[in-house]
Write a protein that binds this ligand. Structure first.
Ligand code: ADP
Ligand code: MG
Length: 647
């Protein structure tokens, strides 16, 4: 018969330590939390060998009374909660009373502390769980905690430690998280006597973020905020010009505590959908304030994950806040530095079947054209009235580019108003007031938004460069547009509206087309049956691993149904994870708009340029193509002045 025994406290503590203290970075985190909880305004962190040899954290917080020191290192001893009810109104970072006990169990720990009331300090040492009683010592008000030889008595754990450099990386991350959460605290980090960070206290969060991550990110932060019944959200997200290959630059703080939350990370990704390239992740620094009882922080030993009472609500709030902000923000990429010019234009063509695209472009665009005009009666009227403009996007080979007699690629702001006014005489005026009209009725110079290009009141003028870019003037300066990327975005939006409005025309195939697949492919296709039918592709099982395509979108008539279905399946299988319905729709829309859009290298007539420039204003988000590449770059006048050494 096995005997049941109560484990001795040292074993219990070692087990607890295993959960809480994974590496030096965990010690840094726990000790920093204690210092913050103690009300410190300055915290100095010193590491030797990434923290493997020594971690010292000194604060100017409340300090600990000499007689309380043994309790501080006892397990389940805390000054932060008293009853189970307190668990649901925790305002401090710590409350488990486990950290110091755990650390003392697996290292050599030295605490020196002094409160404001006591004359001198006291020190207490713990080695592998054995406590040396407190003794008086001299020290400033506050607490100094020193942890040496972490895991010296747990060789297995010690073996898992990486190089000092790697451990330093993890420890720095713990440090940064805390420094970001508490910008009003002065934090320093030293490694092997070198100062890594000296973060002066600040009331300005952007300043702290910049101090941690540099000017490049600091300059591109967009403030977002929203307040709802359950949660208040405040912080910064980066302009899509800044992104990362992983989600590590997504800092989310819940009531002052750094957390990781997959659902909120997903919401963030959704908010940037179409603004970032595939595989790129947004950068964000967000603070979420919730009533303490609307969240359970006691679900994870290191409290990295939490459980929200109403996770769906917070998801929607985050998504809506960002989306709303983006809609009112000009995200056109600004050229400020040679290195910020994005990837080479050849990429625009990558992965596209040029010939097939040419064949099918006409059908798709003429199909989508109706939608454009429906959206913008104003545009259509103007297009019809304007002599040289056909109001059509005709993609027949065009004669060589030739400027109209009154064509001025870069008119002066004033003369352009006059010229545009004259040219517009016979045209139906759009509903959108011109800039000068707005300026008359609203003379306030404060409204910066007036400086942004409005939906145009005169046909935007532009010229094509190298058969792939369109150059035009805006209020701010010079805009260079990638013709393929912009047209792709416009088509994407047009087709998407059609699909979402349930207006996809489907053609029944006279002879249904069988497609033989692998078992996994067939299962995947059938799982996506509904989504596919939304796009006008009807499929049904046909015995074995064969799938029958019975109906197909009219607009794709010239693309082989077989090929399109295979493309879709590849796409579904590619990610590994199961894509959501929305992802599938999105990818299909990408594929279709990509194939249909004008290409880099296509010569455009002036009319086509005009139409494309007009369409730019019909949709939101046309500053990025559906893959997240920028469609246009703006060279501001200031930037041009700077480069021509005028300033
Ligand atoms: P917890 O933080 O969950 O309470 P810890 O083991 O981390 O548990 O700390 C135990 C107690 O020691 C804390 O409740 C606090 O009273 C005290 N303490 C720890 N670090 C400090 C510090 N830097 N300054 C003041 N008191 C501290
Ligand atoms: Mg603690």
């Amino acid at each position: 018969m096995p005997t049941i025994r109560q484990l001795p406290p040292s074993v219990i503590n070692k087990i607890a330590a295993g959960e809480v203290i994974e590496r030096p970075a965990s010690v840094v985190k726990e000790l920093l939390e204690n210092s913050v909880d103690a009300g410190a305004t300055r915290i100095d962190v010193t590491l030797l060998q990434g923290g493997l040899e020594m971690i010292r954290i000194a604060d100017n917080g409340s300090g600990i009374e000499a007689e309380q020191l043994p309790l501080a290192v006892a397990s389940h001893a805390t000054s932060k909660i008293q009853s189970a009810d307190d668990l649901f109104r925790v305002q401090t970072l710590g409350f488990r009373g486990e950290a110091l006990a755990s650390i003392g169990e697996i290292s050599q720990l030295l605490i020196r502390s002094r409160t404001a009331e006591s004359q001198g300090g006291a020190e207490l040492a713990v080695k592998g769980g054995t406590i040396t009683p407190p003794a008086p010592c001299g020290c400033p008000i506050g607490t100094i905690l020193e942890v040496r030889n972490l895991f010296f008595n747990t060789p297995v754990r010690r073996k898992f430690m990486r190089s000092a450099q790697t451990e330093l990386g993890h420890s720095t991350e713990s440090f940064t998280r805390m420094a970001l959460a508490y910008p009003a605290i002065h934090f320093t980090l030293r490694h092997n006597e070198r100062v890594v960070y000296d973060l002066l206290p600040t009331g300005n969060w952007r300043e702290r973020i910049t101090a941690c991550f540099g000017q490049e990110i600091g300059n591109e932060l967009i403030w977002v905020e929203s307040e709802e019944a359950v949660a208040a959200l405040r912080g910064f997200v980066a302009n899509p010009s800044q992104s990362r290959a992983n989600n590590r630059l997504q800092y989310l703080f819940l009531n002052g505590r750094f957390i990781r939350d997959r659902s909120l990370q997903h919401a963030l990704g959704e908010a940037y959908r179409g603004l970032l390239l595939t595989g790129r992740f947004p950068i964000a620094f967000l603070r979420l304030e919730l009533r303490p009882d609307a969240v359970d922080v006691n679900v994870h030993p290191t409290k990295l994950e939490v459980r929200f009472e109403d996770a769906g609500q917070i998801y929607s709030q985050l998504l809506a806040t960002l989306r709303t902000k983006f809609l009112s923000t000009d995200l056109t990429a600004k050229v400020t530095h040679p290195s910020s010019i994005p990837a080479s234009p050849q990429q625009t063509d990558q992965g596209f079947d040029r010939e097939a695209a040419d064949r099918h472009r006409d059908e798709v665009t003429s199909w989508a054209r109706g939608e454009t005009h429906q959206r913008s009666a104003e545009f259509e009227l103007r297009a019809q009235a304007s002599q040289p403009m056909q109001g059509k996007f005709e993609f027949q080979p065009q004669p060589a580019w030739h400027p109209l007699p009154d064509f001025q690629p870069f008119p002066q702001p004033h003369t352009s108003e006059v010229a545009a006014g004259a040219a517009n005489q016979n045209r139906v005026e759009p509903q959108v007031p011109s800039r000068s009209e707005i300026a008359e009725t609203n003379p306030s110079p404060v409204d910066q938004d007036l400086e942004r290009p409005l939906p145009v009141s005169s046909p935007p003028r532009g010229m094509q460069v190298q058969n792939r870019y369109i150059v035009t003037e805006t209020e701010e300066g010079m805009l260079v547009i990638d013709q393929h990327a912009l047209h792709e975005r416009v088509l994407y939006e047009q087709i998407r509206e059609r699909v979402l409005g349930g207006k996809m025309e489907t053609q029944r195939l006279l002879v249904p087309e069988p497609v033989s697949l692998t078992p996994a492919e067939a299962a995947t296709a059938l799982e996506a049956q509904q989504t596919l039918s939304q796009l006008g592709i009807e499929i049904e099982p046909f015995g074995g691993d064969t799938v029958l395509i019975s109906a197909y979108p009219a607009m794709l008539a010239n693309l082989s149904p077989n090929e399109v279905l295979r493309n879709v399946i590849d796409l579904l299988l590619a990610g590994g994870k199961k894509p959501e319905r929305r992802d599938i729709l999105d990818e299909l829309l990408h594929m279709i708009s990509c194939k249909a859009a004008i290409k880099a290298g296509d010569r455009l007539s002036l009319d086509e340029i005009h139409v494309l420039l007009q369409q730019r204003h019909l949709f939101q988000d046309t500053h990025h193509c559906p893959h997240g590449r920028p469609t246009s770059l703006i060279f501001t006048r200031e930037e041009l002045d700077r480069r021509f050494k005028r300033t």
